[in-house]
Design a protein around this ligand. Structure first.
Ligand SMILES: Cc1cc2nc3c(=O)[nH]c(=O)nc-3n(C[C@H](O)[C@H](O)[C@H](O)COP(=O)(O)OP(=O)(O)OC[C@H]3O[C@@H](n4cnc5c(N)ncnc54)[C@H](O)[C@@H]3O)c2cc1C
Length: 415
């Protein structure tokens, strides 16, 4: 950072979503970028992710939109109901703007699209390398270290103070089911019984190398205690399936594919808040920034995890370019400060919304859920409130009241 002549040298830690996206954008801008991933042979692990119009716009900028659209499943609305069929949430993207939609995508297909763009951008990828220290010898010579090592980051505290990094009491069991007839297509569908039980169905497109349409099934539950993950596993498959069927009979074609509870994977959710996500003091070595879940993991209620990671990467590239830091690493401090200013409002807003909404949808507070069941459905129909909710869903909130206009997507043919 001390005025070394360019080009900028960047080390990126973590090949999830934020890391590759930042690596591609910075390498294309002329930086020398090396991406480190601890897994030796990254494989298509994970269920469906929901991408919002804002995240899709970043994928278009990365040149990755076409392959992701091809493998993904368009989502027109978020629909949430009680077991008796009362509507709790009904948010159609087109009510915000007719061209808008979300996209359900298999995590592996998103990863494959990003991976394919790394080499052409000139990014050097080193897999099987776990970085356990920002002063690790492999990072020597980097002007900028990007920490994108996910929700359970072991490196973020070396960049800035961490105000909170705790698991939520609730998480989920999930699985992917085949949906060859595409009967779940078109919407993210959720059924709520109080705040204690939720079953979610997210059409997730296709996994890499297989053209069978898939649908992710999420079963929300406490991580511990008498209704927790271990208790559900101990009670056995039939008990869980009965419970899930009574909540959501239409999930039967997916539930019947689960023949062993071990096929359900456990997904803990984290609440991560950092006071500062950048390090610009040259006395501490290279400049550093934390992106994605490592900086702000949240519960998936708002479907923003991958989206915020993509937006972080785009904002970092914008700030580095605007400050001319690719050719002049001496400008890194001002670039990182500009990055932090640009992301503070949106990230804090989503962190707050996530923390407020999570107890209403996933907690032991059934009283809150009873109010939710009566109030949310009618609220979704009040135009100004509906607009606020849709802005939050689309990923364009910049503050509790502020929002930017959702991007107009450059469709593949027009890219
Ligand atoms: C295996 C896995 C499965 C997931 N499945 C789902 C899912 O089904 N649904 C969903 O909504 N979200 C899922 N997520 C989370 C989702 O991918 C993220 O919320 C989102 O993509 C934000 O990405 P990120 O880049 O910030 O972090 P992540 O996608 O978590 O990526 C972090 C990367 O850093 C690597 N890493 C960690 N520590 C080190 C280290 N010390 N050195 C080098 N590399 C390191 C990890 O191996 C990982 O590849 C999953 C994440 C992972 C890692």
């Amino acid at each position: 950072m001390g005025g070394r002549p360019g080009p900028l040298s960047v080390g990126v830690i973590g090949a999830g979503t934020a890391g590759p996206a930042a690596a591609i954008l910075l390498a294309r801008a002329g930086a020398r970028v090396t991406l480190f991933e601890r897994v030796a042979a990254p494989s298509p692990v994970g269920a469906g992710l929901l991408l919002q119009p804002t995240g899709l716009a970043v994928l278009a900028r990365l040149g990755c939109l076409a392959p992701v659209l091809e493998r993904g499943a368009p989502i027109a609305r978020l629909k949430g109901v009680t077991p008796t069929g009362r509507t709790v949430l009904d948010l159609a993207y087109r009510a915000r703007r007719p061209d808008l939609a979300g996209l359900g995508v298999h995590r592996g297909s998103l990863f494959a699209a990003l991976l394919a763009a790394l080499a052409p951008a000139g990014v050097e990828v080193r897999t099987g390398v776990a970085i356990d220290d920002l002063d690790a010898p492999v990072l020597a010579g980097c002007d900028l270290v990007i920490v994108a090592d996910g929700a359970r980051s072991t490196l973020r505290a070396a960049v800035g103070p961490v105000r909170r990094a705790a698991p939520y009491p609730y998480g989920a069991l999930w699985c992917l089911g085949r949906d060859p007839e595409r009967r779940f297509d078109g919407e993210l569908f959720q059924v709520y019984r109080g705040a204690r039980q939720m079953l979610g169905l997210l059409p997730s497109g296709c996994a890499p190398g297989d053209d069978t349409p898939l649908c992710s099934l999420f079963w929300s539950l406490p991580m511990a205690g008498p209704r927790g993950v271990e208790a559900v596993r101990a009670a056995g498959l039939d008990a869980w399936r009965r419970d899930a069927l009574s909540l959501c009979p239409r999930a039967e074609p997916l539930l019947s594919q689960v023949d062993d509870l071990d096929a359900l994977l456990t997904a803990p959710y984290y609440d991560v808040v950092m006071t500062r996500t950048i390090r610009v003091d040259p006395a501490h070595g290279s400049a550093a920034v934390v992106l994605g879940d490592a900086a702000h993991a949240m519960s998936p209620q708002l479907g923003q995890g991958a989206n915020l990671a993509l937006l972080d990467a785009a904002a970092l590239a914008d700030a580095v370019l605007a400050q001319g830091a690719v050719s002049n690493p001496g400008q890194l401090a001002s670039a990182l400060l500009a990055y932090e200013r640009a992301r503070r409002g949106p990230v804090r807003t989503y962190q707050r919304l996530s923390r407020w909404l999570t107890p209403i949808f996933q907690s032991d507070h059934d009283g809150l859920a009873a109010v939710r069941d009566r109030v949310f459905g009618p609220l979704c129909r009040v135009p100004p409130v509906r607009r606020l909710m849709l802005d939050a869903l689309c990923g364009v909130k910049t503050g509790l009241l502020g929002a930017s206009e959702p991007p107009i997507l450059a469709l593949p043919a027009a890219e």
